[in-house]
Ligand binder design. Structure first.
Ligand SMILES: NC(=O)c1ccc[n+]([C@@H]2O[C@H](COP(=O)([O-])OP(=O)(O)OC[C@H]3O[C@@H](n4cnc5c(N)ncnc54)[C@H](OP(=O)(O)O)[C@@H]3O)[C@@H](O)[C@H]2O)c1
Length: 407
């Protein structure tokens, strides 16, 4: 599985010789554990640190399964294209709460390192947290695009150990130089939601800076992490944005650039949308019944696309097992796509996709002032359980960030 991911990532890296070289070497060496020495420069793992502080879970459940430990094994480089990052800040996403509860465990275990799973007898201890902004401490021998001391940001895929930890390992394909204009706290708020919006709107939805001007974009769930990023991305590319959120978030989404705001709490959203022209693109961060009626507000037979982030893929695999779960998922999405295609609409599912090159593009938009972080609340590393409770309450207005180091 890891090998497959490198293959996919490898395609995305044409032109980045350093990163591409890493991919090639990994492929030659196969999917087996490669023993140190893999790293150059600072050799933290082999010489000094053997343990570190992390928030981990040893079983799935409610918030009391979160456990702070000072004895987590220091991460080692398993592939020559990996780096160790000292985590300065992390942030939370709904997937962290869901994973804490056990959501997606079947599919994620399928992607987790089989050697680690076998030696431990289970996936535990699992470290949650996907976003990181920090400093590279150690680089694998094939990492040419980054060096120790570089400030980087990344979103680590959910089948890897997460960022609620002093140090985390990431592949060179997943990281990017942190935007210079942002602090670590600000930077940690963007990678996971930014890459999810990028995947949904650019990779799946085919929107980009050249074809967005004047396009009418409708965003459900506009006030959360993904929504606040998506509004700004669409405005940066010249789109016309209608944001659906609750009334108290109206000022926030307008400040981020939304042209029209629909308050879903003050009346029927469909009735309010009838007053507006039809749309070219819908990003659905809410799911549920929204997809039963919202596609009626897309322009038909003109390439208009509905993309939802709320899919049953991981739940299906949890419930039905890998083979049946994937089959069920394929049938569901295929049936819906064909049904809507017959009505002149493209229907798609999108997923978070780790990607250093996409983060490079996002960093440019950030440093040019077109995208700003929306940090709702910052928690200290010792208050991680409080941050999870805050996330579980819902009603996010941007992102919840964890300050991992005080530097
Ligand atoms: N497929 C993937 O790979 C992927 C990746 C990332 C996220 N997601 C999913 O996408 C969703 C959004 O993620 P996120 O990080 O943006 O979550 P979030 O930060 O928790 O934001 C959700 C936002 O939606 C608002 N909301 C709730 N009900 C609404 C409604 N009926 N109409 C309009 N707005 C509503 C919430 O505020 P109020 O309740 O106050 O209105 C909140 O601001 C989550 O369900 C997440 O699990 C999927």
């Amino acid at each position: 599985m890891l090998l497959k991911m490198h293959l996919v990532s490898g395609r995305a890296y044409s032109g980045l010789l350093g990163r591409q070289g890493s991919v090639a070497t990994c492929l030659r060496r196969g999917n087996s554990l490669i023993k140190p020495p893999l790293c150059r420069n600072v050799s933290l793992s082999s010489q000094r640190c053997t343990i570190m502080s992390s928030w981990i879970i040893d079983k799935y459940g409610r918030n009391d399964v979160l456990r702070f430990t000072k004895n987590m094994t220091f991460p080692i480089l398993q592939f020559p294209n990996e780096v160790v990052i000292k985590v300065h800040a992390a942030s939370l996403n709904p997937i962290d709460v869901n994973m804490r509860n056990g959501y997606g465990k079947a599919a994620l275990n399928m992607k987790r390192d089989p050697l680690n799973l076998k030696s431990r007898g289970s996936e535990f201890p699992v470290t949650l947290g996907r976003d990181v902004s920090g400093v590279i401490m150690e680089c694998g021998l094939d990492v040419a695009y980054f060096k120790p001391g570089d400030e980087v940001w990344a979103a680590i895929p959910p089948w890897k150990q997460g960022t609620l930890s002093e140090f985390v390992v990431a592949s060179g394909n997943e990281i990017s130089h942190k935007p210079k204009s942002l602090s670590h706290i600000e930077a940690a708020s963007l990678p996971y939601v930014g890459l999810t919006a990028w995947s949904a709107m650019n990779q799946i939805g085919r929107l980009n800076q050249h074809n967005c001007t004047g396009k009418r974009i409708l965003i459900f769930g506009a006030s959360g992490g993904v929504g606040t990023f998506a509004i700004q991305l669409m405005k940066a590319w010249g789109g016309h944005v209608t944001a659906v959120c609750s009334s108290d978030a109206s000022a926030l989404v307008k400040k981020l650039g939304a042209d029209d705001v629909i308050d879903y709490k003050s009346g029927d959203v469909a009735e309010q949308l009838k007053m507006l022209p039809l749309f070219d693109f819908i990003l659905d961060n809410i799911g549920g019944s929204t997809e039963n009626w919202s596609l009626n507000f897309l322009k038909k037979w003109s390439g208009a696309t509905y993309v939802t982030l709320i899919t049953p893929f991981l739940l299906n695999v949890d419930r039905l097992g890998v083979a049946d779960g994937m089959l069920q998922t394929g049938v569901t999405v295929g049936t819906k796509a064909i049904k809507h295609l017959c009505k002149g609409i493209h229907y798609r599912w999108a997923f978070f996709t780790p990607s250093g090159p996409s983060l490079d593009e996002i960093a440019e938009l950030v440093d040019s002032g077109k995208i700003q972080p929306v940090v709702e609340q910052v928690f200290s590393f010792f208050d991680v359980p409080k941050a999870f409770l805050k996330l579980e309450e819902g009603h996010a207005r941007g992102k919840t960030v964890i300050r991992v180091t005080n530097k």
